[in-house]
Design a protein around this ligand. Structure first.
Ligand SMILES: Cc1ncc(COP(=O)(O)O)c(C=O)c1O
Length: 399
């Protein structure tokens, strides 16, 4: 018997360092101390009000029924209120808000809602892999645009050839950005919205990190840009804002003619998030400002411990205004894969190599600010040794 996966599945790039978790398991089993700053999954607990609300919600048998796409009316109401409070824009809870099983799910379903075979989706590289996965699995064509340091890691649509732009129906954009931690200026967003309107491109604006901000920076909604509501769907996540990654809850916002197709695509694939989680999510969204403040303060302390330590050790890294990552440059001649493997195998620090986010991520590695300041300082000491070690080994260029 000859059973093969679909050509679309086979067309997906393999995760470049798929072996990292198994190396970590082996080292842990051998008793090695591992500092894992690879995944964007904070060590801080979820808010107590979320836990209490979930416990209560679970006692109500109605919450054990299918949520369907309509979901919990309270969650839609709370999501709409949150967007209104935060960004001054009002969206109808019934038709312009859509509960998601985490924002990744909604992002990955966007191509199924808006793309035909042969249509193009433009996306950043380095970038969140759900954009690529959703596009390829939907039979559409990804066009990746490198995020360049000299352009502030802002995706430059002028790099897309006009004939490609004409076939483009969907653009993925993510600021505050994972993995570069870059933020977008209003002028940049105005330019992007103008091009999307001109070419009738749906803009999937991934705002998963809008609540994780430092030093008074405020991450805008795409809907603050004039005309954006006609082309944009914005994605919000409760994962990072409230340390609730495993709860799988987020939501999409947009005009009903854009939310409608995404709802239909999802109807054939899932039956909505657990209603009890939606009920707890509503409580958290209603208290967003007070709940995110301590999380931002803690991630800020981590940033302020790690960045000076990295710089003192000779690494080049920006002080981020938002998100929970440090995007650290490697010296020329060192591949991020060789560095990440050496850092884990020899020094017990798990970082993500830039190449895990696509070839344009080469030359960098990502630290997630998911462990306390003292652990980050220890991580930097070990990463400094790892850099020296991998340089002695020849940098991995020939590997
Ligand atoms: C840029 C970006 N978007 C979306 C997500 C997905 O978050 P979730 O599916 O947990 O809401 C992540 C998670 O790491 C992310 O980094």
């Amino acid at each position: 018997m000859m059973i093969t996966p679909s050509a679309r599945l086979l067309a997906l790039p393999g995760y470049p360092l798929a072996e990292l978790p198994s190396i970590k398991r082996r080292l842990l089993a051998a008793g090695k101390d591992i500092i894992d700053v690879a995944a964007g999954d904070n060590d801080t607990p979820p808010p107590q009000v979320a836990i209490d609300a979930l416990k209560q919600a679970i006692d109500n048998p109605a919450n054990s029924k299918y949520g369907f796409q309509q979901g919990h009316p309270e969650f839609r109401r709370a999501a709409s209120d949150y967007v209104h409070r935060r960004f001054g824009k009002r969206f109808d809870p019934a038709t312009e808000i859509l509960p998601l099983i985490g924002s990744k799910e909604g992002l990955a379903h966007m191509p199924f809602a808006f793309l035909n075979v042969g249509d193009v989706a433009v996306m950043p590289e380095p970038g969140y892999q759900a954009y690529l996965g959703g596009t390829v699995l939907a039979g559409a064509e990804p066009y990746v645009v490198p995020l360049r340091e000299e352009k502030g890691f802002l995706l430059d649509l002028d790099e897309v050839p006009v004939d490609v732009l004409k076939r483009t129906r969907l653009l993925f954009l993510n600021y505050p950005n994972n993995p570069t931690a870059a933020v977008a200026t209003p002028e940049y967003l105005e330019h992007v919205v103008a091009i999307c309107r001109q070419h009738q491109i749906v803009l999937a604006y991934d705002n998963a990190y809008c609540d994780i901000v430092f030093d008074g920076y405020r991450a805008p909604s795409i809907f603050e840009i004039r005309g954006a509501h006609e082309v944009a769907v914005e994605f919000f996540s409760l994962s990072k804002s409230f340390s609730m990654t495993g709860w799988r809850i987020g939501f999409a916002v947009g005009m009903s003619n854009l939310i409608g197709p995404l709802t239909t695509a999802k109807t054939y694939k899932d039956t909505g998030p657990f209603l009890a989680v939606q009920e707890a999510g509503a409580v958290v969204l209603d208290h967003a400002e007070e709940l995110t403040a301590p999380i931002c303060a803690e991630i800020g302390r981590r940033r302020d411990a790690a960045v000076p330590a990295l710089r003192a050790a000779g690494f080049r890294v920006e002080l981020p205004k938002a998100a929970m990552y440090l995007w650290v440059a490697l010296p020329r001649g060192i591949t991020s894969k060789a560095f990440a493997r050496h850092a884990l195998e020899v020094e017990g620090v798990m970082v993500l190599p830039g190449s895990a986010f696509g070839p344009a991520g080469e030359g960098f590695f990502r630290i997630a600010l998911t462990v306390p300041p003292a652990r980050l300082e220890e991580a930097v000491i070990r990463l400094t040794r790892a850099l020296a070690g991998v340089q002695e080994d020849g940098g991995g260029q020939a590997a």
